[in-house]
Design a protein around this ligand. Structure first.
Ligand code: TTP
Ligand code: MG
Length: 535
């Protein structure tokens, strides 16, 4: 056995009956009663009191009621409290090692570093919780010693999570992510299980292939055709056989997995690249029905966007709508620029919902073309960190109020670039005048003829056909013709169009600086860019 397979300690944590615990924590008087959490016609989870009375997870409400007439049903369609709880729980766990979130209520933690520290300072002699293998009548291996400390840490994590958040969870402890996850589900609730290396093969051989991460219905069917139903069966296939059927990468992964090996590292994958909410329903095709579904989904997505903004300080640039028809596996996806108004927490929810629904319907009407759909997913993607170079200029620019007094001279600040944008009312063409005082120069006034490039200050100007010029007579058009962003009102429209001017200004300035390239002037590019907008 390679030392690589046993040199790490991974703990998998899964909150017990998560949604049900969340509801009960807010209603402590329900603690000893059977509780089911519903979404539409399904009980998506039940507490362990209900499970003992025959109500499992994911059963139709009617069936659950038949099994247990006393069942207390709580609607769990609003995921906000669960997401909030998840955040609190993950914060606690992060103190113990690198965390890879694997859903709202589960994660893997690599605790190897802390384990090694503890093993060095004290010789562990016992496991905490349930253990598979780890026969202490024989000499414990180095791997077993690491896992012993891992089980102590798992108990500490569970204890910290319960003390600080109120939630009970179960844990699996082993040498890799796959085994730790499998171990976690062996004893629940509020328990922990360790799988030691000596127990791996006996444990794994009878398991169905579906237990392997990445093996879905399709792979399962293909394997069945090859006479493989269990992980033990799979062990009889060669690497070449698996690779030729499933490709090198997945073939390798399967070859390892059926032997209990998983070399993938626990990785903190950071914030998710997209946020979305989804609903499934009876097939429909009319836009009126789509409108109704979008209206239901909108507040949830908006809440998620607000939460995400508060937590991550980033802004999504793209709004996505995906749909799929019955029996079709793949989504059809369509997207547009994220409407600015949708992201503004200061705009009333009703208006934000309306903007989302209108944008979603516009996309759907183009994409559906009368076809039937039974799942709808709306989301946000293409996030940009607020304050990153690509958005810092936008933010400061947007924050600066437009100066509507014509002829105002910008305050001259040595060493800072200044730009003056003058919009010609009749042509909607803007003249952008830029002044870059050299660090040694005295403050310089803007001049009408700003084309000259003197030794002390650099001035130039260019003309920008304002986006309005293409929009004359389109007063009712409320979208930006350049990026599709929707305008809230005249003021936000103006700010947004100014933003495009600013971008163009920067590009032109950079081109200009690149063209002239004297080193002293080049350095100025790191200076602050100030905008003074003159109507
Ligand atoms: P799970 O961890 O699968 O279930 P659980 O935490 O309720 O119970 P267990 O003690 O067995 O871990 O899922 C976490 C939550 O996700 C669960 O409380 C409800 C929700 N959920 C769904 O919404 N749909 C699903 O299909 C599943 C499986 C769970
Ligand atoms: Mg759970």
């Amino acid at each position: 056995m390679s030392s690589k397979a046993t040199d790490r300690v991974v703990i998998h944590l899964d909150v017990d009956c998560f949604y049900a615990q969340s509801e009960i924590l807010r209603r402590p008087w329900l603690r000893d009663r059977p509780v089911g959490v519903t979404q539409k016609f399904l009980v998506v989870t039940s507490n362990y009191v209900a499970r003992q009375l025959g109500v499992p997870k994911m059963v139709p409400v009617d069936e659950a009621k038949r099994c247990c007439s006393d069942l207390v049903l709580i609607n769990g369609e609003d995921l906000t409290p669960y997401r909030y709880a998840s955040k609190l729980i993950m914060e606690v766990i992060k103190r113990f090692g690198t965390v890879e979130k694997r859903g709202l209520d589960e994660c893997a933690v690599d605790v190897t570093e802390e384990v090694l520290k503890r093993v060095a300072s004290a010789n562990p002699t016992s496991f905490v919780g349930h253990v598979l293998g780890g026969d202490l009548t024989t000499q414990a291996t180095q791997g077993d010693l690491l896992l012993m400390v891992g089980t102590q840490l798992a108990a500490e994590i569970r204890c910290a999570v319960e003390k600080e958040t109120g939630y009970q969870c179960s844990c699996g402890i082993s040498h890799n992510k796959m085994l730790a996850k499998m171990a976690c589900s062996l004893n629940k609730p509020d328990k922990q299980t360790c799988i030691t290396q000596s127990a791996v093969n006996d444990f794994i051989v009878p398991l169905p292939v579906r237990k392997i991460p990445g093996v879905g219905r399709q792979t399962e069917a293909t394997l069945k055709e090859m006479g493989v139903e269990t992980m033990g069966d799979m062990q009889s296939l060669t690497l070449a056989q698996l690779s030729s059927k499933f490709g090198d990468r997945f073939g390798n992964q399967l070859f390892d997995a059926c032997r209990g090996h998983d070399y993938s590292r626990v990785q903190d994958k950071g914030f998710s690249k997209s946020l979305s909410v989804e609903d499934s329903f009876k097939p429909c095709s009319s836009l009126d029905q789509a409108k109704e579904i979008l209206s239901c989904l909108a507040p949830d997505l908006i809440a998620r966007l607000d939460e995400d903004k508060a937590e991550t300080e980033r802004t999504p640039k793209t709004f996505t709508v995906k749909w799929k028809s019955r029996g079709v596996w793949k989504f059809t996806s369509t997207s547009a620029g994220m409407p600015a108004e949708l992201l503004l927490a200061t705009v009333p929810l009703g208006r934000r919902t309306q903007v989302l629904v209108e944008t979603g319907l516009r996309l759907l009407s183009q994409s559906l073309q009368g076809r039937e759909f039974c799942v709808l997913n709306i989301g946000a993607t293409n996030f940009i960190k607020d304050g990153s170079p690509s958005s810092a200029d936008i933010r400061s620019f947007m924050a600066r109020p437009c100066n509507t007094q014509s002829g105002v001279s910008p305050t001259q600040v040595r060493g800072k670039r200044q730009a003056r944008i003058e919009r010609e009312e009749s042509t909607h063409i803007s003249k952008v005048s830029v002044c870059i005082p050299a660090s040694s120069s005295s403050p310089t006034e803007f001049e009408e003829d700003a084309e000259d490039v003197s030794a002390d200050s650099f001035k130039y100007s260019f003309q920008v056909p304002g986006p309005e010029s293409r929009r004359i007579g389109l007063e009712n058009n409320s979208c930006c013709s350049q990026c599709g962003v929707e305008f809230l009102d005249e003021r936000t429209k103006q700010q947004h169009l100014d933003f495009h001017l600013a971008l163009q200004l920067q590009k032109s300035e950079n081109r200009w600086l690149d063209a002239i390239t004297p080193p002293r002037k080049k350095r100025q590019r790191n200076g602050t860019l100030d905008f003074f907008l003159l109507k």
